[in-house]
Structures are given as C-alpha cells and as structure tokens.
Write a protein that binds this ligand. Structure first.
Ligand code: C5P
Length: 307
C-alpha cells in the first residue's frame, strides 16, 4: 500500500447502507462456529453517516448512543485501527456516527459503520489501496462488512462474505418495523440450531426463485419469493414479531419477513404510495417501536463530502 500525496487535512463524511436479506438459507454449522449461508443481500437507503477526523487518539462517538458498542468493541473503531496498522500510513482518528440504522436490528448497522470507517480512513489518509484488499479486511471484520462496502443487490455465500452482484431491475419500496429490543446474531443462529435439533423447521426454497423474481422487475414476484431461515428462530425469541408481520400484511404490504437475524421486520410494498400508507397504519398499530420507509437497492459505503 502506498500514499500519501492525496491525504486530506479536514474531515471526511461517509455514508453506508443498511441491508435486508431477501433470501437467507442457513446450512450446516461449521467447525469455526459460523454457518454456511446462501443469501441475497439488498442494500436500502436507510444509512448511517460517519465523520472521520485526524485526532490525538482513536475515539468513537455515536448519536444517538443507546446500544451502540463503545471503546474497543465498536466495529468502526476496530476497522480504523486495522487499516492504520496494515497500511502503516494512518494515525488515530475521531469517528462520529450519526445512527439511523437500528442497533442489533438484523440490518447490519455495525457492519455498515465498519465499512464506512474503512472507506473514510482510506480517503482521509490518501491510501492507494485496491478494492480487493479493502474487501479482504472487511471480511475479517465481520461476515456482512464486504456487502456494506459493495451495496446494491448481491448473492452472498460462504459465511455471507463472498459476493456476486445480482441483476435487480426495479427499485423496491420497503416499510421497516423497528422493535423495542434488539436480538444478538449469535443467539438467533443458536436458536435455529436448537429448533433444528427438535424437529426440522421449514426451510426456504432455492435461491434461483428470488433471482428470477428480481430479474423480472415485478415487486409481486419478489414478494412471493422472499424467505429467511432465521425467521422462525427470531420469532421463537421474540414471539411478538408475528403480530408485527400480520399487522404489516393487514395494512397492505405485499409480503413481510424478518430482516437477517431480526428483530426488524421488512415489509415489501407495491409502490411508494402504498409504502406510505402501510407505514402510517403500522405506526398506529402498537406492534412495533418505530417505522421507517426505505428504497433499495442503494449504493455501498461511499464518501459524500468533506468538512
Ligand atoms: O461475522 P459476524 O461477526 O457478524 O458474526 C456474528 C456471529 O453470528 C458469529 O459469531 C456467529 O455466531 C453468527 N454467524 C453464523 N454464521 C454466519 C454468520 C454469522 O453463525 N454465516
């Protein structure tokens, strides 16, 4: 890695998207503690924004801060330190996160912040770093971090970190129902393993169905092909999610599913107008803490300005 003629002295502003898994097929538990996955990631325009500034020491602040890991546990800080160490060209940075992605919500908010930190620091320090190297570092940071760098719509295999882009013809309109309490990803995977030991909960169909639906550009076809093996486990841990899903469908959504490991519920709507009315009705239903509307696909982590 080389630098530094393009290094910047001010602050860099970076934005990174939340994701929904349109399809999430969970395979066997591997010896390394991860599950083999086949998933279709879909980035939406609900995004966190980070400001990265040179500083005397590494710090991370988030607004709002509730639930966001602090100190050495914050993945954005870990990402900045990793890039500084590997490149040998960076220094301490102050990272400020404006948090819009629900914390512990199954939308990869922490991964988005890590991807944003990689992109922001590499711009701040003027690193001449290839995309491949950045993606390798992203995969070390977490299974969902490579996708937060890439954005769009993509198939993920392995533990979700090996990506291939997907043709997705039209924008999809979503309503997101946020839960009052988060779910820890490892607990949801462990619950699925437990449910599978007890019996065999239904599994999602083949990934080709959702790929064909995306290529058709028909929201109704996409709605018919959505599926998530982690949904039964998330509902087992938060049974109230069933009510949220029912309320979303009753309000007019085409289909709904748990996003990733949950507990956020993603409801696919026919168009922006329908999303507006589903959001309004759901917000008054008493079945979730808050409601957001979002559109996908959205781009991956990117610099949006300097200060
Ligand atoms: O990669 P990441 O740190 O985001 O994963 C968090 C946890 O989620 C893992 O420690 C593991 O318990 C679970 N996980 C899994 N299989 C995957 C991805 C995550 O079991 N493919």
């Amino acid at each position: 890695m080389t630098a530094v003629s393009r290094a910047l002295s001010g602050s860099i502003r970076v934005r990174a998207p939340a994701k929904i898994n349109l399809h999430l097929s969970v395979g066997a538990l591997r010896p390394d503690g991860y599950h083999e996955l086949v998933t279709v990631f879909h980035a939406v325009d609900l995004a966190d924004e980070l400001t990265v500034t040179r500083a005397q020491r590494h710090t991370v602040r988030s607004e709002p801060a509730h639930g966001v890991p602090v100190g050495a546990k914050n993945l954005a800080g870990v990402a900045a330190r990793m890039l500084a160490r590997r490149s040998g060209l960076g220094g301490p940075v102050a990272i400020e996160i404006t948090k819009h992605i629900p914390v512990a919500g199954g939308m990869a908010g922490g991964s988005a912040d890590a991807a944003a930190a990689l992109v922001g620091c590499s711009a701040l320090w003027g690193l001449d770093i290839g995309r491949g190297e950045l993606v390798r570092m992203a995969a070390e940071l977490g299974s969902d971090v490579p996708f937060a760098l890439t954005g769009g719509t993509a198939v993920g295999t392995g533990r979700g970190d090996r990506l291939s882009p997907v043709l997705a013809r039209t924008p999809l309109q979503w309503v997101l129902a946020l839960s009052g309490e988060g779910l820890a990803t490892p607990a949801v995977f462990a619950e699925l393993d437990r449910l599978r030991e007890l019996g065999d909960p239904p599994r999602v169909g083949p990934v080709r169905d959702i790929l064909a639906a995306l290529a058709s550009g028909e929201a109704a076809a996409v709605a018919g092909a959505l599926g998530n093996d982690l949904q039964a486990a998330a509902i087992s841990l938060q049974p109230g999610l069933r009510r949220t899903l029912r309320a979303g469908i009753a309000a007019g959504a085409l289909a709904g599913l748990v996003s990733g490991s949950g507990p956020t519920i993603a409801l696919l709507c026919a168009d922006a107008e329908s999303a507006g009315s589903v959001a309004a009705e759901l917000a008054g239903s008493g079945t979730c803490r808050a409601v957001r509307v979002a559109t996908g696909p959205a781009p991956g982590a990117r610099v949006v300005g300097t200060l």
